[in-house]
Design a protein around this ligand. Structure first.
Ligand code: FEO
Ligand code: CA
Ligand code: CA
Length: 722
């Protein structure tokens, strides 16, 4: 996200001396460096802060993760970037472009009807919340395709995925996250900012959350389309009732005020029972379970809260100390105005002063069963509370199950959750509450190429009452502060994780994480996340380290690790930097990887397909200006995990959007991606100022740009990327 209503991380500082720091770090980045001690100037070392000569030398001597097998190759022809046209001030193409022999078709745009009774989208955006509740939400993000009829998940025993390889998939359920809204586009010519009303807020809330749509591929013409009358069609929004499960369920932290939520207001009617929440917001990336459910991850949920009377302070609540609430608001970034959604002005549920426990109901991973339209979503609190990006799983040879997750904030952390019980591949129902019981770990990356998973367990490693942790529920509500306490490694904004498939003789448990950027790394006066949790969200200025080696990291990098012993229960791992992203036409020596491949930066979405191809999607400004003048629009590239020098550009995007969400049908022959927030930044008075996509691509009426899902197929019906 880079939206008007979201925090920007593109503020750049350029203190003198950056170049010399860069040179030093360039010599010590993992993989192929030999550090020459005599070349390091005293001034550079001074600025390096906590990084010592010993640490630098250890870094140089660390063994890189060895290359593996299990990669199907990349067969398509790379396409050129979509660059800024200086004459128009816009990108050359307001289109999604794909390689020769491929076809890109829009299938599901914001406002499209997805269930019985839903109206068609209206290009003047005057439709109300009731219409929006039956239509696809705004700003598509993480996504998954669940095949129908879903025998592999719903029969018993559960069939392995390989039993279904070779089949052709023509029908399924598409679960799509709707991360946030562009209020100026959502509310017709009025926009939001002229006047906030409960009706506008209800529409905004209805445009958030998740959509579940049934899609099918026609026998004639082979095109995919949405079944707008499907019984599976469903919306989960910012107001949907959701169950709270896991260690935090029933605790005083989540007994917020209860409201009767109606189209015309929210009336206080008591106190929630600690097992019930309403809504999910800022559903960024996602995950799935091996038993066929969808996980939606709550990222920048803090931005929906505000304070109508900030000077009054937080209301006192039974069982939770005011100082704890204030510290949590600080560490998770809750402010008086939030991201200017202004929900709190007309919906008191979102006032963080008067309803101070409500924020604790957000920041979780929510499990949804797309095959059961009547099922209630569940917030799985054992998996931690932070700004969740994606959650990708591994089942190891002992059927132990783990999830790998990033917390997308400057200087926040990478986590792993290991379920206590093994996954049961025989009986779907036996896994129903598997995500409620397990150990949450946070990653510490050492300079020598090894790492440690540190458990966040009540009573251990200082997570004790004297430090403000009185139960496992409190450790989980305060996940970030617990990670601060145990000395986790501050990272350059962890976005998606991806897991490499164990195929073709490749047996490692190898996980990747995109680190999109960090304007606060290695610049200014050094500061770190304080162990008492007092550091405001994203405000620290840590020094460079081996895992985050670039000061003012504006192009980002991708880190990866392998679990020791090929077990998800391992508490140690080895790691290396897979690639440092950037513009190869600019002088930035010694980047890791991608020497001859296509340039990209600000990696965000990422997925390793069943053939070992690593698909990487980007989220930078998207207008081809400034740092991006040679890279152009956001894009999706395909990388060879055995050789990061082989990176090919597969897809380029329209103006002012990001590319996100990527999955294929299990046969690998249909790919789905999302274009999020095309044309962002346009005012309500001129919605198409920057983009008129997807109507430019032949989809729907023109009038305003719309986030949408794009289906990509090959003209010869072959496997995508091969
Ligand atoms: Fe929603 Fe971190 O991207
Ligand atoms: Ca993003
Ligand atoms: Ca993201």
């Amino acid at each position: 996200m880079k939206g008007l209503s979201h925090p920007k991380n593109n503020v750049t500082l350029n203190p003198s001396g950056n170049e010399s720091i860069r040179d030093v770090i360039g010599r010590v980045s993992m993989k192929r460096r030999r550090f020459i001690m005599t070349a390091v100037g005293a001034s550079a070392l001074t600025v390096l802060g906590d990084v010592t000569i010993g640490g630098l030398l250890q870094t140089v001597e660390a063994a890189p993760v060895p290359a593996g097998l299990g990669f199907g190759g990349i067969g398509f022809k790379s396409i050129p970037p979509n660059l800024l046209n200086p004459a128009t001030g816009l990108l050359e193409k307001d289109l999604v472009s794909v390689p020769p022999g491929y076809k890109a078709e829009v299938i599901l745009a914001w406002g499209d009807p997805i269930m019985p009774g839903a109206p068609n989208w209206s290009p003047d955006a005057t439709q109300d919340a009731a219409a929006q509740e039956k239509q696809a939400g705004m700003h598509h993000d993480g996504m998954h395709f669940f095949p129908l009829p879903g025998r592999q998940f719903l029969s018993r025993p559960l069939a392995s995925a390989s039993a279904y390889q070779g089949q052709t998939y023509r029908r399924g359920l598409l679960c799509v996250n709707h991360e946030y809204t562009h209020e100026e586009i959502l509310h017709g010519s009025e926009g939001l900012l002229s006047q906030v009303t409960i009706q506008k807020v209800r529409k905004s809330q209805a445009a958030h959350g998740v959509s579940i749509s049934e899609i099918a591929r026609a026998r004639i013409g082979n095109s995919w389309s949405v079944d707008r009358n499907s019984r599976y069609g469903r919306r989960i929004t910012a107001n949907t009732e959701i169950r709270i499960a896991g260690p935090v369920a029933g605790s005083t932290f989540v007994k917020s005020k209860k409201f009767d939520i109606t189209p015309n207001g929210s009336m206080e009617i008591g106190v929630n029972d600690g097992y019930t929440a309403y809504g999910t917001v800022n559903n960024c990336a996602h995950g799935v379970t091996p038993w066929g459910t969808y996980l939606t991850c709550e990222e920048n949920w803090n931005g929906y809260f505000g304070k109508n009377n900030p000077s009054e302070g937080v209301a006192s609540v039974p069982g939770v100390e005011e100082a704890d609430i204030v510290a949590l608001q600080n560490r998770y970034g809750i402010t008086s105005t939030g991201f200017n959604y202004r929900w709190h002005e007309v919906d008191p549920r979102w006032d963080a002063n008067t309803n101070p426990l409500e924020p604790h109901l957000f920041g979780w991973i929510v499990e949804i069963d797309p095959y059961d339209p009547q099922s209630k979503p569940v917030k799985r609190t054992a998996m931690g509370r932070f700004k969740h990006e994606s959650a990708q799983y591994v089942v190891d040879d002992s059927n132990r199950l783990a999830y790998y997750m990033g917390d997308d904030e400057r200087n926040d952390y990478i986590y792993k959750f290991v379920c206590s019980r093994p996954f049961n591949p025989q009986i779907r129902g036996a896994n129903r509450d598997l995500l409620d019981d397990g150990t949450l770990y946070v990653a510490k990356f050492s300079d020598n190429g090894t790492g440690e998973w540190i458990p966040l367990v009540y009573g251990q490693r200082g997570l004790t009452p004297e430090n403000g942790f009185r139960s496992q529920a409190e450790v989980l509500v305060k996940t970030r502060m617990a990670a601060d306490r145990v000395g986790a490694t501050m990272m350059d904004r962890p976005e998606w994780t991806a897991v490499r498939p164990r195929i073709g003789g490749f047996n490692e448990i190898e996980v990747y994480c995109t680190l999109t950027n960090n304007s606060n790394r290695g610049v200014g006066e050094t500061s770190v996340n304080q162990p008492d949790g007092s550091t405001r969200a994203g405000s620290a200025r840590p020094p460079v380290d081996a895992a985050n080696p670039r000061p003012d990291n504006r192009y980002g990098h991708i880190i990866r690790w392998r679990e020791d012993g090929q077990r998800v229960t391992a508490t140690t791992f080895t790691w290396d930097i897979f690639v440092e992203c950037g513009d190869s036409q600019r002088t930035e020596p010694n980047l890791v990887g991608n020497i001859n491949g296509d340039d990209f930066g600000a990696p965000d979405g990422m997925w390793c397909d069943d053939f070992g191809r690593l698909w990487i999607q980007t989220d930078q400004s998207g207008n081809g200006r400034g740092d991006w003048v040679n890279i152009g629009s956001n894009s999706m590239v395909c990388a060879n995990p055995n050789n990061p020098r082989e990176v090919k550009r597969f897809l380029t995007s329209p103006t002012n959007c990001e590319v996100t969400g990527v999955i294929t049908t299990p046969d690998g022959r249909t790919m789905f991606i999302n274009i999020q927030h095309p044309g962002e930044g346009a005012p309500a008075s001129n919605p198409t100022q920057f983009s008129n996509w997807p109507s430019t691509q032949g989809y729907g009426p023109s009038g305003r740009p719309r986030s949408a899902t794009v289906v990509i197929t090959r003209n010869d019906g072959g496997i995508i990327g091969a």
